[in-house]
Design a protein. Structure first.
Length: 402
């Protein structure tokens, strides 16, 4: 790549990372609002958990839909529509007075908007604009942007909640999401979808490609592993503040823990992106999932001090969303990048089916048992199975250097 192409690549990656920082920063901080919304509305932990669980599912459901639209029509319109939906959902949430109105704002509008400005569209769009040698790094770099947003948003929103109330924090978040519109203009430029696509294999047509993928064992193994990732992340995003409170610590510890997860995932995402150019991605994923089972086991045995939560958050953060670059990279390896936004979006749908269960069952566990112990046990079992299911994936050996 010459200097002009390199500069253009960095503009695309930085813009995409900034968009993800805003959409994921908003999404990954929702757990901070569970207790304030419950205190304000009296809806109860089960109802609020259900609304956020619906949001987890909808965020995944829209990814292949918006991905397919972006593959066909270009990503700019998708990103703008997502920004408006996300802002509307957040801005309307302070006016809810029932379970189903909360489902409509947080579960449908804001979740759909965040999904439009998330991994499938951003990574799919940038992959079509970059040479193959930069795609693994770009995936890690964009993913790190989402983690940076989590690191910035969590303590900022908790400060606003503590000083001005959760309604002010929600309105602040809604306004901030509109910044993704000018960022989308920078990322997409003036090229049409057809001009920006770099075809690395003959196009079979979108639906033919989807049918082919759904018959591929390696692709289905990716789905199975990603299901566990969604279960794990949604449970923690929604209920980590509740776990912290059960152990007698303040909401500031929750916000700091979420921020630490985001901070360490910046390093983890970049590291995963770089490893993907040298090692088989299926092994990277297997190690990540297996390490989560070990980390949760250690956490359950450790004393529940503030330091324990911070160390646990740092360890989890290193693999948190670092599974995204290898998963997207494997989809690209298996089927090319022409319909990457759609095919990767489908894996994110499976991810969020797991996310729905993680968020909802966590609320049920808390209401029934008064703690999350069985959720932690389920997380260990699923993480162990996810590590194993990635091993049979078909992936050619990586050749480093020439």
């Amino acid at each position: 790549m010459d200097k002009k192409q390199t500069r253009a690549a960095w503009v695309i990656m930085l813009s995409a990372a900034a968009i993800l920082a805003i959409t994921m920063g908003a999404r990954q901080s929702v757990g901070l609002f569970v207790s304030p919304i419950n205190a304000s509305t009296g809806l109860g932990i089960v109802s609020i958990s259900f609304a956020l669980a619906v949001g987890q599912f909808i965020w995944g459901l829209v990814q292949p839909i918006f991905g397919a639209i972006a593959d066909k029509k270009g990503s700019y319109g998708v990103l703008v529509a997502g920004a408006l939906l996300l802002a509307a959902g957040l801005a309307l949430t302070p006016f809810v007075n029932s379970k189903w109105s909360l489902v409509a704002t947080m579960g449908l509008l804001s979740a759909a908007g965040a999904g439009a400005g998330s991994f499938s569209v951003l990574i799919g769009s940038t992959s079509q604009k970059l040479p193959s040698g930069r795609r693994a790094f770009a995936g890690g770099f964009i993913n790190a942007g989402g983690s940076l947003g989590q690191f910035i948003f969590a303590p900022l929103l908790q400060t606003i909640i503590s000083g001005f109330g959760w309604v002010a924090a929600m309105f602040t978040m809604a306004t901030t999401t509109l910044l993704t519109i000018p960022l989308a203009s920078v990322m997409c430029g003036k090229e049409s979808a057809e001009k920006s696509v770099t075809i690395d294999q003959p196009s079979l047509g979108l639906w033919h490609q989807v049918r082919q993928a759904m018959r591929d064992r390696s692709y289905l193994c990716l789905h199975a592993g990603f299901f566990t990732c969604g279960f794990h992340i949604a449970f923690l995003v929604t209920h980590l503040p509740g776990e912290v409170a059960l152990c007698g610590h303040s909401a500031n510890v929750s916000a700091a823990s979420i921020a630490i997860i985001g901070l360490f995932n910046i390093a983890g995402s970049l590291f995963a992106g770089s490893l993907g150019t040298r090692y088989r991605m299926k092994y990277i994923l297997a190690v990540m999932y297996g390490s989560r089972a070990v980390m949760i086991g250690i956490y359950l045995l450790a004393p529940k001090t503030v330091l324990t939560f911070y160390i646990f958050a740092a360890a989890l953060g290193f693999t948190w969303l670092a599974t995204v670059p290898p998963t997207a990279g494997l989809v690209g390896k298996l089927f090319g990048i022409r319909y990457l936004a759609t095919l990767f979006g489908l894996t994110l749908l499976t991810h969020q089916i797991g996310g729905f269960l993680g968020a909802w069952l966590g609320g049920l566990a808390m209401a029934h048992d008064g703690n999350f112990l069985w959720m932690w046990y389920a997380d260990i079992i699923l993480a162990s199975l996810a590590a194993l299911v990635n091993l049979p994936i078909r992936e050619e050996k990586i050749h480093v250097g020439v």
